[in-house]
Design a protein around this ligand. Structure first.
Ligand SMILES: [Zn+2]
Length: 187
């Protein structure tokens, strides 16, 4: 807990997070309304994802791999820089999952990324959340993170049909491409 806090102070960036009790915490923000608004949306998005079939199957998949997990205590939004969509900020034990605000809402960043990869906004959101939860599950480098979600999307594609199969095939291809040149990508 204290380590997490000192880590957050170290970053000294503007952000808001929502904890388990739905309490909002604001850190060094010069745009508190925007950060709080984005943090609430992120918490809702993640909660909905985690209780969905998609989120449950991802977490089961990652749990079965048995890596050292980060304990994600809060979700929120912060100023993560120009080309970042989302990130896990952690000290190796505990952390937070943040959407990037930095003057541009998360949904706009998702739409831009969706356009870049020819995906729907919804599929892109699933991609970004899977990526961040893979980091939280203990995958550190971008290459290994993209690789594990590629395998997960391939498994999902193999077990589904029609539009859902196509979605997971597309997501697996995006992850494969990103694992091959994993350095310039977002966190
Ligand atoms: Zn990453």
């Amino acid at each position: 807990m204290y380590a997490e806090r000192s880590q957050l102070e170290m970053y000294a960036m503007g952000m808001a997070t929502v904890d388990d009790n739905k309490k909002i915490n604001l850190h060094s923000s010069d745009q508190p309304y925007e950060h709080i608004d984005e943090a609430i949306k992120m918490e809702e998005l993640v909660s909905n994802y985690l209780s969905s079939e998609e989120g449950e199957s991802l977490m089961d998949y990652l749990d079965a791999k048995g890596k050292d997990k980060i304990n994600i205590r809060e979700y929120g939004s912060g100023d993560l820089g120009e080309n970042v969509v989302a990130a896990v900020l952690h000290d190796g034990i505990e952390g937070v999952i943040l959407s990037n605000y930095n003057g541009k809402p998360f949904t706009e960043r998702i739409s831009e990324m969706a356009e870049m990869y020819g995906l729907s906004d919804e599929a892109t959101t699933e991609y970004v959340l899977a990526h961040e939860f893979a980091h939280a599950a203990g995958y550190k480098s971008e290459a290994e993170t993209e690789n594990v979600i590629k395998e997960y999307f391939q498994e999902m594609a193999a077990g589904s049909e029609g539009g859902i199969k196509e979605k997971y095939e597309s997501l697996a291809k995006v992850a494969e491409g990103r694992s091959e040149n994993a350095s310039a990508n977002y966190n």
